[in-house]
Design a protein around this ligand. Structure first.
Ligand code: NI
Length: 263
């Protein structure tokens, strides 16, 4: 069975067929899914899904692109308090996704706000004893600086959709972090990620879709779902010289350690 460590089934792309699709997961070899929050409302929907389906769990947090939308400090405090309450739910396994995104956000003031949200949510995870799910895009240096200053080594978590070179991977592996690997691994132009997967110990890698985004080849550009993860597992197996079954087993066990699940 495959563990999808990062999905967004709360999003509108699944409104048409969400329940039918989720009902087909077990038969499709997908044993467990963690649905990741991007803002307050999405995090609430993640919890609703986790309450509805045994095999779905949730993460609550504010994505760096959503951290810049409010300019009202009182509203920000309210949002953080809501995320904090959600973190106490028994099926919320992590704070995320949180981090920095300089691809979508160019404005220096907005980037500064992303940093504040990132640090505060690391603090929240520490307080709740939960791991963090980090989103970092074109912000390698600032993410790493904050990661070190905030001692994320003690918090634990995953670098979701890892997109940086080996030297950066080394830094996070040294802090005990997992690297999230998804559909990008199957792309022709993903040389850097393939190098990272070859370099990192299999025990530090987890599978993820980030669905509805980032479908693997041969479905690139179409809506993604966890049912496509076998294509990622296959690419992973080829790079590591492992069987598909070994990949599923090792990444399943890694996901349990990442999210601190008993079995
Ligand atoms: Ni995501």
């Amino acid at each position: 069975m495959i563990f999808d460590t990062h999905a967004h089934y709360d999003q509108k792309q699944f409104d048409e067929d969400r329940d039918v699709l989720l009902a087909s997961m077990q038969a499709g070899g997908i044993g467990r899914i963690v649905n990741i929050g991007c803002d307050r409302m999405a995090s609430e929907k993640c919890i609703e899904l986790a309450e509805k389906y045994d095999f779905i769990y949730a993460a609550a947090g504010v994505h760096p692109s959503d951290a810049v939308t409010s300019l009202d400090p009182a509203e920000d405090e309210e949002t953080l308090a809501a995320i904090s309450r959600m973190a106490d739910h028994e099926k919320v396994l992590a704070i995320g996704e949180i981090g920095l995104d300089y691809y979508w956000i160019k404005d220096p003031d907005q980037r500064a706000r992303q940093k504040v949200w990132f640090r505060r949510q690391i603090g929240l995870a520490r307080e709740k004893g939960l791991p963090i799910v980090i989103h970092s895009r074109e912000a390698a240096k600032d993410t790493l600086d904050i990661a070190k200053e905030e001692n994320i080594r003690d918090v634990g978590g995953v670098m979701h959709c890892f997109s940086y070179p080996r030297e950066i991977a080394r830094e996070y592996l040294d802090m005990g972090f997992f690297l999230g690997i998804g559909g990008v691994l199957t792309y022709k132009n993903s040389r850097v990620l393939k190098e990272v997967v070859a370099y990192a110990p299999a025990e530090s890698l987890v599978l993820e879709t980030d669905c509805p985004y980032l479908s693997p080849v041969p479905f690139r550009g179409k809506r993604n779902s966890s049912l496509n993860l076998p294509y990622v597992a296959e690419a992973f197996a080829q790079i590591k010289g492992m069987s598909r079954e070994e990949v599923e087993e090792v990444t399943w066990n890694n996901a349990l350690r990442l999210y601190r699940m008993a079995e």
